[in-house]
Design a protein around this ligand. Structure first.
Ligand code: AMP
Ligand code: ZN
Length: 117
């Protein structure tokens, strides 16, 4: 846990979110600035800054994030596939330094169906 990390604060319930799913290891919630009709984030509850900082110690929770993505996407009405993105570090244009996976989907007429946050 990091005191100042915004996603840790969401995990602790100090900042509200529009929750999609929660269990003891992961949390999923809608992105505050959606880049697609459906855009939510899946995060580990444990504070891991980036994919760089991750290692096999986090194998289980990272697997859980991937393993739940399809079910959560279906529950959010994504019937035609979706896009997942994990931005990493400065080059990856990561803004929030608590590892998270974007799940984006739904029709996007502006980009001809291609979605990028
Ligand atoms: P990234 O560039 O991959 O670090 O993306 C961070 C994402 O977190 C952005 O899409 C933001 O809109 C989103 N975000 C930031 N603060 C919040 C918040 N309080 N609740 C939900 N999403 C947030
Ligand atoms: Zn954090």
């Amino acid at each position: 846990m990091s005191q100042d990390c915004i996603f840790c604060r969401i995990v602790r319930g100090e900042i509200p979110c529009r929750k999609v799913y929660e269990d003891d290891e992961i949390l999923a919630f809608h992105d505050i600035k959606p880049a697609a009709p459906v855009h939510f984030l899946i995060i580990p509850k444990v504070h891991v800054e980036t994919l760089y900082d991750s290692d096999l110690k986090y194998q289980q929770v990272l697997g859980r994030m991937l393993g739940m993505a399809g079910q959560l996407a279906r529950e959010q009405g994504l019937t035609d596939g979706f896009r997942t993105i994990i931005n990493c570090g400065r080059v990856g244009r990561q803004e929030v330094y608590h590892l998270h996976m974007h799940v984006l989907g739904g029709p996007d007429p502006l980009r001809g169906g291609l979605i990028s946050p």
